[in-house]
Design a protein around this ligand. Structure first.
Ligand code: MN
Length: 255
């Protein structure tokens, strides 16, 4: 296993591990730049508080599409916390069979999120798009002009053509190990230019060695992406770090 210092886990649910505080500490000690996404606005204050005391962890304000059916009423709370962060997520759309019944409500929430981000400018958003790649891209195109915010598509499983459309819209992609285990998805990942790649674990929802992945396990993704691009692990890690820097550069048009 490679050194973890300076790796990037741009989508991890640190508050869903048995010990949230220990998970944050572990990320910090591993030196992994970690975006701690949240699934409900109620989870924001504690995530924000713990992340603020670190060099490497940042918290994102989310309302997960799979929870919209029960939690749409927390949208006012999401609005209330919105000014406290540049990072937004997990948000997006999920048209899988278990969540399709809330798809219209999910669209209303996602539209609201994108419109708020566009109005504020300069937000960085990690977006879920299970079975909804086209709708997600349609909504981003309609409600968030590229100069008004940056989108990172998390665990994107759309087609290669949809990935190309997302690239034209300026989106980044955060790639996890499960995506690279799947032949169709890994060929889509191989078509993404190096300068739009980020890495993620989506822990604890993915597994590494039969246990829930943690941010340091993003090393596995870095190694796999290196193989995919015939690059050394350290070159690939440096590329992702540089992409993170570009992603986080303030957008001039938003100042
Ligand atoms: Mn997630």
């Amino acid at each position: 296993m490679i050194a973890t210092n300076g790796l990037v886990d741009f989508h991890c649910h640190l508050d869903l591990y048995p010990d949230h505080q220990a998970a944050v500490r572990e990320s910090e000690e591993a030196g992994v730049f970690t975006l701690a996404v949240t699934t409900t606005p109620k989870a924001w204050p504690r995530n924000h508080e713990l992340a603020q005391a670190t060099q490497h962890v940042r918290a994102a304000l989310g309302l997960h599409p799979q929870l919209v059916a029960e939690r749409a009423s927390e949208l006012a709370l999401w609005d209330a916390h919105f000014v406290e962060t540049r990072y937004i997520g997990e948000v997006g759309l999920d048209a899988g069979p278990r969540f399709y019944k809330s798809f219209d409500l999910q669209k209303q929430v996602f539209k609201h999120v994108l419109q708020h981000c566009a109005k504020a400018g300069d937000k960085v958003i990690t977006v879920h798009s299970i079975r909804a790649a086209k709708a997600v891209l349609d909504y981003i195109e309609a409600y968030l002009p590229p100069a008004k915010g940056k989108v990172v598509l998390h665990w994107f499983t759309g087609s290669k053509a949809e990935a190309m459309r997302a690239l034209e819209m300026g989106c980044y992609f955060s790639i996890n190990a499960a995506m690279l285990d799947n032949e169709r998805h890994s060929s889509m990942v191989a078509a993404i230019p190096l300068d739009r790649l980020l890495t993620e674990t989506d822990g604890p929802f993915t597994k590494t060695a039969e246990r829930p992945s943690k941010p340091a396990d993003v090393a596995v993704v870095v190694e796999a992406l290196g193989r995919l691009h015939s690059m050394s692990t350290s070159e690939l890690a440096a590329t992702v770090r540089s992409n993170l820097r570009s992603l986080l550069e303030p957008n001039d048009e938003c100042r």
